[in-house]
Design a protein around this ligand. Sequence first.
Ligand code: ADP
Ligand code: MG
Length: 591
Amino acid sequence: MWRHRRPLALGFALMVLGRGAGLVLPASPKWLVDEVVGKGRHELLVPLVLAIAAATGVQAAASLALLRVVGTAAQRAIAEMRLRVQERVVRFPARYFASTQSGALISRIMTDTEGMRNLIGGGVLEFVGSLLTAVLAVGVLFYLHWQLTLVSLAVLVVFTGGMTYAFGRLHPLYRERGEITAQVTGRLAETLGGIQLVKAYGTEKREQRVFARGVHRLLRSIVRSIAAASATSAFATLALGVVGVLVVFLGGRALLGGRMTLGDLFTYVTFSALLVAPVMDIAGLTAQISEAFAGLDRIRELMQTPTEDDEDHGALPVPSLRGDLAFENVCFEYVAGVPVLRDVSFHAPAGTTTALVGSSGSGKSTLVSLVMAFNRPQRGRVLVDGHDLRELRLRDYRAQLGVVLQENFLFDGTVADNIRFARPDASREEIEEVARLANAEEFIRGFPQGYDTVVGERGIRLSGGQRQRIAIARALLADPRILILDEATSSLDSESEALIQEGLRRLRAGRTTFVIAHRLSTIRSAEQILVLEGGEVVERGTHAELMALGGRYRELHDRQYAWEHDLFVNPGEELHPETAVEEDEAGVAAG
Ligand code: ADP
Ligand code: MG
């Protein structure tokens, strides 16, 4: 709120002006009854009416200006808050996103920030204004009849206590509502993100049921908060009713006893009515403000979650890298007590290719996630050009990284946009050049819109091989020193793979590369092969050395080779183990 103090101060001034003008009308009966009627001063009637009209005009103008000033300020505050939260959230460490639904974060960034409107968009100003009017009204009431006012005030003190209690009750309810909204949104985003799977397995009904459960949970929570909020407003009505009864009864007696004029009583009644609006306002605003605070609570949690920048200890700037990488006794675990990498050490000299081989789950992707600084080792060090990766400024370091994964993410935009992702200022010529090198030119030119073809969410309108070649072009354009290829060709058919291999070869040239691949052709050419098993490097060397060793690599190689042989040499003959065995036996028998 302090950031928006100027519009708030202006709003405050307008609010005081409006409320002040609003006092003219309730103050008028005293003059009408005691002076104009009582003393017969007819000439005062017109000035009185004009004063009321002018005051009403001022009130309307002030209220108009107030709503515009604070309404705009509130929307600015929401926009600013969204920017700040988003800026922070995208800098959370990679592991944060492994345990948080993205839809839930979306709900926080978009919905919880709305609460700002209640604080800046008049809510708090109205609250203060209502308090001021109430205080003023009470002052006038004291002046008119202090004993009666004392009694009414006692009632209002009870009311204030009730409101404080209501605030305490509502706050957790609104908090819960926000949490449920985030969960339901998160799940909904997953359903829609995986819509093809949902349809393929015909699980629409189940998704619907899960969603319905969430929506009903939300409904119940909202109904509970409505119950609490409406109870506060009923309580307010009741409190005011009691005050009304007291005023009529005690005021009537004072009038009959001659301790009050008729005009005084009239004014007393209108001013006690003037208390009504603020008291009702305060009841309503209690709900709004607790809602705002509940949203801000959740945002504060996000703002207090450490980002990667906070974890950047040394923050050594990295102007340019040679790309010399080394692991020194690196141990890593995602979950305490479950080691995923055990004492891994190796050296990958600048410009060389290191292939990682091992069965699924052996820790290959985890190892490269440490190279990308997505995860940090619990023990040991990752060294880049001799510096501990922890000491390098992450942003600088990552600018020298390139990745091509099994499933490459394309953003909903054009082909050209996706290629220039890492370098938005790249020219069209540069984009076409890398597309050519990545063997992507032909298919891109085949699209009616060419480079301006929109790829759809996650690149859904392209085939796997096409997405992959765009990812390679993207990496070529980024021109990284360190390159990571995690199963970049694993999900492709052999024809697409052949097209991609060439692009990958060009991409790897001269860069420190980590490649995880199942196909032998890629692995054979690596300067160094690391065989991982259960998070340990069990063998290391070149293809020839490891083949000669006759260990785990040889075993994997032979199995893989047999499989590739079947696939390429005898297509269509696989998947008949029984006949294969019979043939074998027949062959043996015949031999
Ligand atoms: P690979 O790439 O060799 O197939 P990974 O490095 O992906 O294997 O996984 C190694 C092990 O770490 C697996 O047992 C996997 O279950 C576990 N693992 C991977 N990612 C996470 C994670 N985010 N949280 C917890 N465990 C994980
Ligand atoms: Mg993997």
